[in-house]
Every structure is written in C-alpha cells, then in structure tokens.
Design a protein around this ligand. Structure first.
Ligand code: AMP
Length: 232
C-alpha cells in the first residue's frame, strides 16, 4: 500500500527530550524528525517568542528574562508547556526542545504525565558540543520576524538572502544570540540545566549524540541511536 511506510513511521511511539546547550542543534533535529516521523516538536523558546509576537501577557512577562538570557520562572513555563502537551493525544510522539530546563520542571513534567495517563518520557538525548562551536553557531543563526522559522547563514541559508523561505518575512538575529547574552545563557545552562543530565541518567533514560556535527551527520547519529533503541 502506497501510504503504509509513512503510517508505520508515524505510528512508532517516541517521547523524547532534547537536552544540550543553546546552539547544539536541538531545534533543527526536532524539525527533521517532525518531517519524517510526524513527531510533534514543542520548543519552549519558540512558544514564548510566539506569545511575545502576539502580545500575550505571558509573552510580555517572559520577555525581560529572555532578553537578559535568564530563565523564565518555572511555574510560568511549566504551565505553558503542559497546556500544549494536553492538546496532544496520549499516544502522540513528541520531542520537547528546551523544556525541562530545571529539575523542578523535570519533576513537574513526570508528575503530570503520570497523573494524566500519558506515556512517560522514553529517552533524553543530550547534544554534546564545545562552547567555541556554540558561539560560532549562534552568531550565524537568524530567525524570521514573521513566523519564527530558524536559519543559519552558513549551515542552513535561506533561498533568498535575508528572507524566509516559508513566509517571505525578514530574517534577523535573535536579540539573545549576541555574545554578551550567549555567555550568560551558557552560564545559566551549566548551573541550572546541566544537573538534569544526572537526573535522567539516574532514570536510565539519558543518551548522548555529538552536537558539533553538520546537520545531516548529526541527524544520522540521532537516527542510529533511535534505531538502536527500537524507536524508529
Ligand atoms: P531557547 O529558544 O530554547 O534558547 O529559549 C530562549 C529563552 O526562553 C531562554 O533563554 C529562556 O529565557 C526562555 N526559556 C525557554 N525555555 C525555558 C524553560 N524551559 N525554562 C525557563 N526559561 C525558558
């Protein structure tokens, strides 16, 4: 049957968390999984930026934290993410990109999944990358002011320089991708998010994929991992 391969692929269940510092390729890899497997990608940063573009009170409240590279308070982001998860079917495959970022968020997620009868997180993938490479990656990252799509001047250039392939919107640098803010975000990552590696290692769910590869090689490494775990 013509569509059976696609259906089989979408049917495979995987509930993943992508960990790793900003610039490790989490969002790009999540969107590749979405294209091939229909795995819904929920990126907490994108959700916050969308709320800001719409002028929602929550977006305005989050903005001051985001622009300085600090984390938005746990209660705010957790509620926002759980609201989104609630709209997914209980069997739906998903990737969480950028959430959880603290142990409190991780615990709240586990409790919520168990309480609402959703399947628990299957695997947590850490994209491991050097700081030097992160700074180079983030300096070239551009996002669309219209729809939020993400590009890179070298690794993922748009068809027409400066403009979005999807909606034609103007591309610009994220205000928090400037070097001073990147340093702050990395410090926040080490202090508040890195402890999650141990949290998930202790649950036996942590796996590592190199984060400093080109997009295609990184995707291959990710697929190999998911295959070895019988998820795809
Ligand atoms: P990102 O696009 O994932 O780099 O997120 C951009 C910014 O949004 C972060 O620097 C934080 O200010 C905020 N943010 C995103 N996800 C979270 C989260 N799980 N917890 C707290 N703040 C978050």
């Amino acid at each position: 049957m013509a569509g059976s391969a696609a259906v089989a692929e979408i049917g495979t269940g995987m509930r993943l968390i992508f960990l790793g510092p900003p610039g490790a390729g989490k969002g790009t890899q999540a969107s590749l999984l979405l294209q091939r497997y229909g795995t819904v990608a929920l990126a907490s940063g994108d959700i916050l930026r969308e709320a800001l573009r719409r002028g929602d009170p929550i977006g305005r409240q989050a903005h001051q934290y985001m622009e300085s590279g600090a984390l938005v308070p746990d209660e705010v982001i957790t509620e926002l993410l759980l609201q989104r998860l609630e709209t997914l079917g209980k069997e739906q495959s998903f990737v969480l990109d950028g959430f959880p970022r603290t142990e409190a968020q991780a615990r709240a997620l586990d409790v919520w999944l168990a309480r609402t009868g959703h399947k628990l997180i299957d695997r947590v993938v850490d994209f491991d990358i050097s700081e030097e490479k992160i700074i180079r990656r983030l300096a070239g990252r551009r996002i669309c002011g219209g729809c939020g799509a993400s590009y890179h001047t070298e690794n993922l250039p748009p068809r027409r320089e400066g403009f979005c392939n999807r909606c034609g919107g103007e591309l610009r640098m994220r205000e928090d991708d400037r070097p001073e803010t990147i340093r702050k975000r990395l410090a926040v990552y080490h202090k508040q998010t890195e402890p999650l590696l141990n949290f998930y290692r202790n649950q036996g769910k942590l796996r590592v994929v190199p984060g400093d590869l080109e997009i295609e090689s990184q995707y291959e490494a990710l697929l190999q991992l998911l295959k070895s775990e019988q998820m795809v």
